[in-house]
Design a protein around this ligand. Structure first.
Ligand SMILES: Nc1nc2c(c(=O)[nH]1)N[C@@H](CN(C=O)c1ccc(C(=O)N[C@@H](CCC(=O)O)C(=O)O)cc1)CN2
Length: 291
């Protein structure tokens, strides 16, 4: 979120993905012009591969947005018939609701709570869910409901059902802030490309559990973190943001974990900011980030 910006009730973001075709920009900008919308930011990307896909992000102000929104959405649906496009229209005034899942490691959770409290990330946090009780006090100190749902391999389905019942209709997207349980396809299907995980390695290196231990054993000179959307393929979902930090032979496995967690928290916060500001389009197993 642009720090100079407040929540502007007349501002919206339109994201469009479609096969490359002459006239799409003109068609969309003329439609917005017909509503007297003022475009404040425009970005586009065209793939140069043979699939020739076109992606666009338009941020605009429209004084009549609240009442014009339904008709504008209707007109975009009609346009999607002519240009086979996928589109998403988000009103800035509609604050996204983010649930956080955490296990024992709380550095990413604390980072998100701080950035929420300082309004650096403009979201609501209806709840935090954990398979351990450790973070209860921290979360409730922020006035946020905390739910402890024990998880074991035998109880995974029942535990996920309980979590889904809590989440239902209260949450727009979920963040796995070092949540150490693999989500089932049934759970993921409820939130397609709406679950963001922070993996504590520079993917695709060290997928799965214990990446720092494997990185130390391998003797790497860089460690990192990757924020990605969660899919059924463990740690192989569309990457949103990554970063790395140098390490050396003098550092042991614990040193790597300490150094890495600062990368994790910043990468996750950046990915969430871009998601909340509608700057991310998922295409296949990749993302376009209009940063
Ligand atoms: N379906 C998915 N679920 C999750 C993903 C994902 O990409 N797809 N990311 C993980 C987070 N993660 C690494 O970032 C990760 C977490 C847990 C494990 C794992 O092997 N867990 C064991 C249990 C470990 C324990 O109880 O301490 C398991 O679930 O059997 C690997 C990678 C979050 N979920």
């Amino acid at each position: 979120m642009d720090r100079n910006m407040t929540k502007n009730g007349n501002r919206a973001v339109l994201l469009i993905s479609c096969p490359e075709r002459l006239g799409i920009i003109s068609a969309v900008s003329n439609l917005l012009f017909s509503y007297k919308a003022n475009i404040v930011q425009f970005d586009q990307h065209t793939t140069d591969s043979r699939d020739g896909m076109f992606f666009m992000r338009i941020q605009f102000d429209l004084d009549t947005l609240p009442e014009a929104y339904p008709k504008l959405a209707q007109d975009l649906s009609a346009m999607a018939e002519e240009y086979p496009m996928e589109w998403r229209l988000s009103k800035e005034s509609q604050i996204k609701r983010m649930a956080i899942f955490v296990s024992k490691m709380d550095h990413c959770l604390v980072e998100l709570l701080w950035r929420w409290k300082s309004k650096e990330i403009l979201v609501d946090i209806p709840m935090v869910i954990s398979n351990h009780p450790d973070a209860k006090e921290t979360v409730e100190a922020y006035g946020i409901p905390f739910y402890h749902i024990p998880m074991s391999s035998q109880s995974k389905e029942e535990s996920e059902r309980a979590a889904l019942a809590l989440l239902q209709d209260k949450v727009d997207f979920i963040v796995l802030a070092r949540y150490m349980q693999i989500l089932s396809p049934r759970f993921i299907a409820k939130y397609p490309n709406q679950i963001i995980n922070i993996h504590h390695s520079f993917l695709p290196a060290f997928i799965g559990a214990n990446p720092y231990q494997r990185a130390f054993t391998r003797g790497v000179k860089l460690i990192g973190a990757t924020a990605h959307y969660v899919t059924n393929d463990l740690d192989e979902g569309p990457i949103i943001e990554q970063d790395v930090i140098r390490v050396n032979h003098r550092q042991n496995e614990t040193d790597l974990k300490v150094a890495g967690r600062h990368v994790e928290r910043n990468v996750l916060a950046q990915a969430i900011s871009w998601h909340v500001e509608d700057k991310v389009i998922v295409y296949g197993n990749k993302t376009i980030v209009f940063a």
